[in-house]
Ligand binder design. Sequence first.
Ligand code: UDX
Length: 485
Amino acid sequence: MKLSVIGAGYVGLTTAACLAQVGHDVFCSESDLEKLSKLQSGVMPLFEPHLEKVIRTGREASNLHFGSTEDGISWGDAIFICVGTPPLANGEADLSAIESVARMIAKRASGYKLIVEKSTVPVQTGAQLRRHLAVHSTDSLHYDVASNPEFLREGTSVDDFLHPDRIVIGVESERAAELLRAIYKPIIEQKFTCPVHNDCPKRQEPTFLVTDTGSAELIKHASNSFLAMKISFINMVADLCEAVGADVAQVAEGMGLDPRIGPAFLNPGIGFGGFCFPKDVQAFIRIAQKSGCDFSLLREVEKINQLRVERLIEKVRNELWVMRGKKIAVWGLAFKPNTDDVRFAPSIALVKALLQEGAIIKAYDPKAMEKAKAVLPDLEYCSDPYQASHGADAIVIVTEWDEFRRMDWTLVRSLVDRPLIIDGRNMLSIAQLTESGFHYVSVGRPSVSPNERGQHRVEAKVGAQGESLPLDDAQEQVLARRRKK
Ligand code: UDX
């Protein structure tokens, strides 16, 4: 089928490339001319695993094209609107890009068009789109408006798009439902050449959920807000674990064994970031407010999240005492691994605050340093984590890149001025780090340090002022047993 995708950000580019991968003839439009010319010459505007390959395949097979929005509008039977909906100052989603695309469709399109909103939009945007088209479109245009929220995550977007748990569509006509079912047929039946897995295992067919436009729009905001709530919940549990000397990793494991809770999104740390959760939680609070609902729960989720960075800095302060002049190695800048995206990344607030206190920062990230330089210009960027750790008084882990699990800790130990690691992602093993002679502090887990006799002194409890308190014997024994695991 001939399909158009308007907007070549994470959602648009993945949607266009993957719909071409499963056999459709796709035209992807981008109004940012610099980005468009990059795409037309096969240069990737962002880092996303597998996406470059899928785009190359589509371009070589001539069923993936890049061009202007004007050309895109007349190309496809269905037009997927994937433009950005960034937050306005008041937290509401900025829909101006959606409106201008709608205006162009109304003016230029003719015949039948299925117009699909795929950007994350507040509830009732579909209804507004319909009204807008009714006012501005010519008689030659017949259309349906549908909602088809996207649930892909950065870093796994191609896999998530081609192997979704569910495909949600919001429609007001049978015709629109049938057309979207036909578009997604290869993915519903999981019948396509998978660019991610060589021998793609037989998978559960995704649920194709057909609902009304408003409900589909709400499913997106509600899903992201719920996941963000889960993260803030476990972060609060982590703080409690620190106060009572328990281990949040164990608590999360115990919780997650209950299928009603599930183990996913129970990783505590420096808080959620990225271009989705922070803005979607904000937008959902605003949507509810405008509809007379006080979503106080989400305001708490947001507040808890905003305090995570300060909580980690508190740990750094407690260990380093005076921050001025201290050399800190920051490992990770991206808001999560496998992406070069630093938008709303916790690293930004953390680094700015540490610099504010006079610390000297050397940073390393495998993919995101170019984008970080735009927001954190006066930082020393290093070619690898070892270079960043040279002479460090502390290493602070901010993004859980896999390569940090494979470090040569003896080499790191020889490079740092002080063997202190503060892990804002709980990605490393307490046992391994202490065996390597590091004082290892993480989130909601016992922090352990080798004492002069080389034995491990456990400082699990954290006092009201954030200071470390020794554990009692019973807790010591439990921890010793656990360290042996
Ligand atoms: C999210 C949703 O997962 C996805 O369905 C939606 O389409 C877009 O928004 P993304 O923002 O790419 O995707 O990242 P995600 O993997 O959800 O992580 C979001 C943030 O939460 C990251 O900063 C991550 O580090 C943090 N996180 C995630 C935690 O702190 N703890 C967890 O347990 C999981």
